[in-house]
Design a protein around this ligand. Sequence first.
Ligand code: FES
Length: 574
Amino acid sequence: MTGNRRSAAWFGETGRAGMIYRSWMRNQGFGPEVLDGRPVIGIATSASELAPCNAHLDRVAEAVKRGVWQAGGFPLMFPTMATGESLMRPTAMLYRNLMAMEVEELIRANPLDGVVLLSGCDKTTPAMLMAAASVDVPAVMVTGGPMLNGKYRGEDVGSGTHVWKFEAELKAGRMTQEECFFAEGCMARSNGHCMTMGTASTMACLAEALGMQLPGSATWPAVDARRFEIAQDAGRRIVAMVDEELRPSGILTREAFENAIRVNAAIGGSTNAIIHLLAIAGRAGVRLSMDDFDVLARAVPTLVNLMPSGKYLMEDFCYAGGLPVVMRRLAQAGLLHSSAVTVTGKGAGDNVSGARCWNDEVITPIDAPFQPAGTGTAVLRGNLAPGGAVIKQSAATPELLTHRGRALVFDTAEAYHAVCDDPDLDVTESDILVIRGAGPKGYPGMPEVSNVVLPAKLLKAGVTDMIRICDGRMSGTGYGTVVLHVSPESAVGGPLALVRTGDEITLDVPSRSLTLHVDDDELDRRRAEWTPPEPVAASGYTWLYTTHVLQADEGADFDFLRGTRGHAVPRDSH
Ligand code: FES
């Protein structure tokens, strides 16, 4: 068995090369007793003080190490890039693919037989899963866990979600700047990622639903001792997975993605999950399309009552039983591929067969769901979005889901922000804000700018929502009637580029359509007049990104990174 291990091509060598590999490891005090052919396990940590949601991952790594040693493996921790959502400009999404490429190459280039992936903030989880799928060595993910529930003046406040609420309160004059400063600290009380069902919590749950992290792993708070126990369990498990040769290619199957899509619907997950799952599936060679999300999710009710669509937060979800309860309920309703293999070596259904719910208000029963089937994220098509667009119905205002209105068009989010406080802005609540220039190539990086704050004039009048249409993304913690991911984006000449202020648009979510009421001849005339925007970069990483990024309906991965490149040991230059 050990002869097949990748690490044997380094530490099992004789002669000069083997001496070099072993000798330099000994400068850390690793003697021959651990360079004896046991599984070498990489612990890829995206810990960084510049990615606050991941800042504690080195401590999680220590727990993983304990588990690896306990199971007879040899753990080696290594740092990876960290794409922190809160600080990176122009947007962390610009760097997801770079992180995925870096992690893939680090795993392949080093003497690793298996890897434990430590992620947290939004993009770090899909980046690591994309990498694992492409290099295909045995891999277990351990996400860092959510922050403790935010607490402000006796009320639970959700990270992200309450940023939008506080901003609207501030603009409406119902909150002071001093109160906002104080509330900032109340939202972020501990290590961990956003504790709403934002993108980080969603992707942590979907890593579990895909079978790539241990059952129950997604929801334990970052500071709970059980976060460290489960990290230790992952360390033990990866050593066994190396001997079992259980690789991502055996886990990331079409059934696993279908499970993840249904779980995403059941937890009321982030719209960003669509882009990330499409990208991971593209790496794993699994055919998945935007339409799969609509078709599969239509039969799934939303069971989890969490912000931004609901009331509770991740701590409550954890104490109610966590994701295993959701998956068990889906399995009992015939909505889970129970035999889909997971990192435990068992099927997804076996893993959760003993799960019990301790709070039916937080994780509702399937026959009395928080929101009925068919009200989750919908995929829209029409002459305004031939490649598709998405809307999170649960975060929208029901009355606006069928609406015809006048378009008010802005070429960038910044152009809108420059005028949105103008008391004389020509806007009514039945208008439709069109924000473009926010797609993968156009911004670049497809930022979370789509749910722009409403015009101050309307906020002051008590308006709480209006339709927004954009080729960018929305934070998973955001809410509102927002049509996202319009594809193709405006920067490549998609129909969104041709809309003009005063045009009429109909949003009809029940019929899954998005229609621009401009006839084809006029659209052809506008297309002939349209000139593409200047390239945003002529060199460097941003040039690479804008040259090779795919559209949102293909996961916004790089065209040259799709697929698996395997784990063959690279040539030896010693
Ligand atoms: Fe990192 Fe929300 S900012 S998870």
